[in-house]
Design a protein around this ligand. Sequence first.
Ligand SMILES: NC(=O)c1ccc[n+]([C@@H]2O[C@H](COP(=O)([O-])OP(=O)(O)OC[C@H]3O[C@@H](n4cnc5c(N)ncnc54)[C@H](OP(=O)(O)O)[C@@H]3O)[C@@H](O)[C@H]2O)c1
Length: 359
Amino acid sequence: MSGNLSVAIVGATGAVGQEFVRLLAERRFPVGRLKLLASRRSAGKTVEFQGRPHTIEELTDDSFQDVELALFSAGASISRKFAPLAAEAGATVVDNSSAFRMTPGIPLVVPEVNPEALEGVELGNGGIIANPNCSTIIMIVPVTPIHRAVRVRRIVVSTYQAASGAGAAAMAELEQQTREVLAGRSPTCEIFRQQYAFNLFSHDSGIGPDGYNTEEMKMVRESHKIWGDSSVAITATCVRVPVMRAHAESINLELEEALDADQARSLLANAHGVSILDDRTGNRFPTPLDASGRDDVFVGRIRADISRSGKNGVHGLDLFVCGDQIRKGAALNAVQIAERLVGDRTRRSARRVEVSLSR
Ligand SMILES: NC(=O)c1ccc[n+]([C@@H]2O[C@H](COP(=O)([O-])OP(=O)(O)OC[C@H]3O[C@@H](n4cnc5c(N)ncnc54)[C@H](OP(=O)(O)O)[C@@H]3O)[C@@H](O)[C@H]2O)c1
């Protein structure tokens, strides 16, 4: 890619923000000017990008003058306040928070699944695009090719979510707790209300009157919006496990048509953003460590559901998946969205040149 976009990262010191900085360099994103924004606490610190130190600036109302692309990852309240200001100043915002995901008219995009939702968005022309929740992305990337082939009627998903999903401070707390427990001391619980090291617990987001927590309902509602189809029944149980990075999910699918393990494997082998790790003989299936730092969602334990297959015309499939939720679940997905917008812009200007030459 070539070009010189003016890019801002909001939340540049966070778990997702740091991954943005790495990815923009690694993927040679066409950055002309990079503005790194965070809270006043971080202003003045420096972060290396393309071999040069960049100074963190405090996020203010005026941060977005001359910014064409703003990548937001500083939490929903910051996005609610500053993303509209950035868009008004002309920046195209890709927001990682939950602030706008379910807002009608705001595209909620996974490039492998619904890139058409970006139609009409022009880089540097304002507008907000929402990045889905990490657990949703990690589920929908491998489930979509199956849904398109044989239609999924119902999903039962259980997550095993890493500390990194709760940010840089949560990762530090898991490390600290692990040291404390091994040393026989009681663990510091500041980010989480209960011991995390050598334990697991139900996701710490708020629980509604129906008993579902917010994370679970994000998986349901966001999947419906991304697919543009709310007829697929989805139920989720979200759990935090003491893994540093990368989420795992056990996914049970009820299908409209039969699909055996080999057919599912071959669909998944041809799917973008998916890698298969399904070695039954060697008992090697995806782990968070396999997925950490990797772009793809890893899929294994691919098997027809024996409780369903064919009985009463109902077919089922089981999968176990792992994906790096800081990467594909957040920063990478947002950068892939931005790459598509850059591609669209390049195609538009090539067309303009063609038209003017043909006149
Ligand atoms: N972690 C994930 O896997 C993941 C996945 C999907 C979506 N997300 C979403 O991405 C966002 C960030 O998550 P994270 O895990 O990266 O969190 P994090 O590690 O806690 O980082 C939070 C970032 O927000 C900045 N920030 C906080 N208050 C601010 C303020 N008043 N003004 C400006 N910047 C402020 C922090 O800056 P300071 O360092 O200066 O405090 C830091 O850069 C959240 O909305 C989260 O829901 C995260």
